[in-house]
Design a binder for this molecule. Sequence first.
Ligand code: HPA
Ligand code: ZN
Length: 329
Amino acid sequence: MTADLPYAELHLHVEGTLEPELVMALARRNGVALPYRDTDELRRAYAFGDLQSFLDLYYATMSVLREPQDFADMTRAYLERAARAGVRHAEIMFDPQAHVSRGVPLETVVDGIWSVLATSERDHGVTTLLVAAFLRDRDEDEALDVLDRLLAAGAPIVGIGLDSAEVGHPPSKFARLFERARSAGLRRIAHAGEEGPPEYVAEALDVLGAERIDHGIRCLEDDALVARLVAEQTPLTVCPLSNVALRAVPSLEEHPVLVMLERGLNVSVHSDDPAYFGGYLDDTLHALEGALGLTSEQRVALAENSVRSSFLPPERRDALLAEIRAASR
Ligand code: HPA
Ligand code: ZN
């Protein structure tokens, strides 16, 4: 009954949608040598011990992305799959520094992705917004330079995010970056409390002015922080398959997402890097039904939270919420 509820995908790295088949096809097209003979061998490398072991592979496979067409093909493949999963709106992150640092021009990246997002509603029935994510394990000056270049080029981004290796790279390292984004009228999101401590979640809110927290699951270690997040209804975009794949949580059966929902936190579930972590939004929801007994009421709450936590203009947000209410009656 609730399988076709509208949903907003809010935590999605477009480079994390690069399926092994596309990695191999782009490697051939661009003459890029990879240390994997075929998709099976590449897939066998998808056994992660932690966030860093995933990031090493994630950045390595990106080497196949060279031309605008490559970025467009990746983005189109994601939107086709997301539409089948019930996604009606997607706020899509990309990692500009991961490409410019290996010599791919910023315009190649932005133009390639945008060539598909610009017509996503017409072509796939999915409205989209683009978010530039910055790599917290690199220095702030580089991030500021890339943000300035994006702004100078009039890149069609709605906001910025903060991702990559979390521990040892606290949000406060990027205070100037987020201030510049704020003054440019951009929305602000940060990964926090995935592998990093609850203090990073508070810092992302207090120092960066983050409006949405990606992951945030470690907030549960601090009751005062939970109380604050409940009171402020801070959106937390939780990615259960990612957390299990990267061993932030031992198993899906032990995942706290429904506990978070019951405690009144504004959580929704998302797919993070679906090509690497075992599935898209529909796969995630099915897995939660199986492992945690997700009820249709909880399913509706996740859908509503996802739409409410989006950066959609009020008319589209309210229309999607009305659709959810009608479908769940
Ligand atoms: N965490 C941090 N950085 C990332 C992730 C993630 O799950 N995916 C892509 N970059
Ligand atoms: Zn993420």
